[in-house]
Design a protein around this ligand. Structure first.
Ligand code: CP3
Length: 342
């Protein structure tokens, strides 16, 4: 069975001897070969040059027996393609080139040329798909409308999210106009990713968990549902959100093929809330990859045992891999998963 067949079987909730494994932001700073490329090129040069994006995407697959490749890019290419660029702050975190703080600026954001501007992503995906030759799953991705809106309205990474929340609570019409535009851009973008070779797409609602519980539906989930409705006949969606365990049932009900959970929930408790025809992805705490191979093996085995009678499990971290992750621990993790027998 190829990695891709294994991944598709898991997405379709068919029983397997072991789950497929991949990790988010796997091309990140924990790999010396990535850091070496970063000496020569900026992040944006890597992401915007299809041959370099291909190279960075493939780096982790050359080292580890992963079942999926994830496109090397960033969720913030969407605001950039809509007219609001971004950069990495010297002190860490994201800065947008300006802060979106008026309805007229929102009107000026463009959605109709997004796929043209992001043609370098389509080119990268085509190169990756050719290199993988259908042996491994190829994952595209994008941010959720809410998560992207937080960066756009806060002007970058934020502590309290007070500006985006003020917009949501005080000027709902303008908030909705913004979210509608981001959603339209994402629908076109996801269709483009699928056409260029993405086998499934992960939506990152990384900041879903900072909303009041009663606002999660109107501020975030309804826009995710709109996108899933528009693309799900073409491409499978994996919905990841951080800090939204109280909303698992609602997330499962909005049409994804898989719900990805963070590490704060025991995975069997998450599984109990998700219908049997929807897969679950997760959920090792990424910090464990800073510890030791035997701790990683122990913790990964716990997740595998907890899920062994639940067809439809995709092994993953509960969030992106950290720059401090140790290679030997990634090796131990992959070994634990790939030698497991249910
Ligand atoms: O495995 C892969 O290569 C996937 C590529 C990927 C990146 N970003 C590359 C990246 C993915 C899936 C993302 C998603 C992303 N980007 C999210 C959603 C997931 C999450 O983490 O919640 C978010 C919120 C972003 C925005 C973003 N990009 C942040 C907050 C940062 C960190 C900035 C900092 O100061 O640490 C980035 C940078 C980024 N995106 C890096 C990579 C490899 C590190 C850049 C570098 O130093 O080389």
């Amino acid at each position: 069975m190829t990695s891709k067949q294994r991944f598709l079987a898991a997405l379709n909730c068919q029983p397997l001897d072991r789950p497929p494994i991949w990790v988010m932001r796997q091309a990140g700073r924990y790999l010396p070969e990535y850091r070496a490329l970063k000496e020569k090129y900026s992040f944006l040069e890597l992401a915007q040059t299809p041959e370099l994006a291909l190279e960075v995407t493939m780096q982790p697959l050359r080292r580890f027996p992963l079942d999926a490749a994830i496109l090397f890019s960033d969720i913030l290419v969407i605001p950039e393609a809509m007219g609001q660029g971004y950069h990495f702050r010297d002190q860490g975190g994201i800065g947008m080139d300006y802060t979106l703080d008026s309805a007229s600026q929102i009107e000026q954001l463009t959605t109709d040329t997004v796929t043209e501007k992001l043609d370098y992503v389509a080119q990268a995906l085509r190169l990756i798909a050719a290199e993988l030759d259908s042996s491994k799953m190829l994952l595209g991705f994008g941010g959720s409308p809410w998560t992207l809106a937080t960066y756009m309205v806060e002007g970058g990474s934020s502590k309290n999210f007070d500006k985006i929340k003020a917009l949501y609570y005080e000027d709902r019409a303008t908030y909705e106009r913004l979210l509608e535009k981001i959603s339209d851009a994402l629908i076109a973008y996801f269709k483009m990713q699928h056409a260029a070779g993405a086998d499934a797409i992960q939506i990152f609602d990384s900041w879903g968990g900072i909303l009041s519980g009663e606002d999660y539906e109107d501020a975030s989930l309804k826009w995710i549902r709109k996108i899933i409705d528009a693309v799900k006949d073409d491409v499978s969606i994996i919905l990841y959100a951080k800090g939204t365990t109280p909303h698992l049932k609602r997330q499962a009900a909005c049409g994804p093929k898989a719900v990805a959970v963070d590490w704060t929930v025991p995975i069997e408790e998450a599984a109990a809330q998700i219908p049997a025809n929807i897969a679950i992805q997760g959920n090792l705490d990424p910090v464990l990859l800073n510890t030791t191979p035997s701790i990683v093996q122990d913790r990964a085995s716990r997740i595998l045992s907890a899920m062994k009678n639940r067809p439809g499990h995709i092994f993953n971290l509960g969030h992106g891999i950290l720059p401090t992750a140790k290679i030997e621990n990634m090796e131990a993790l992959c070994h634990t998963i790939t030698t497991w027998k249910a």
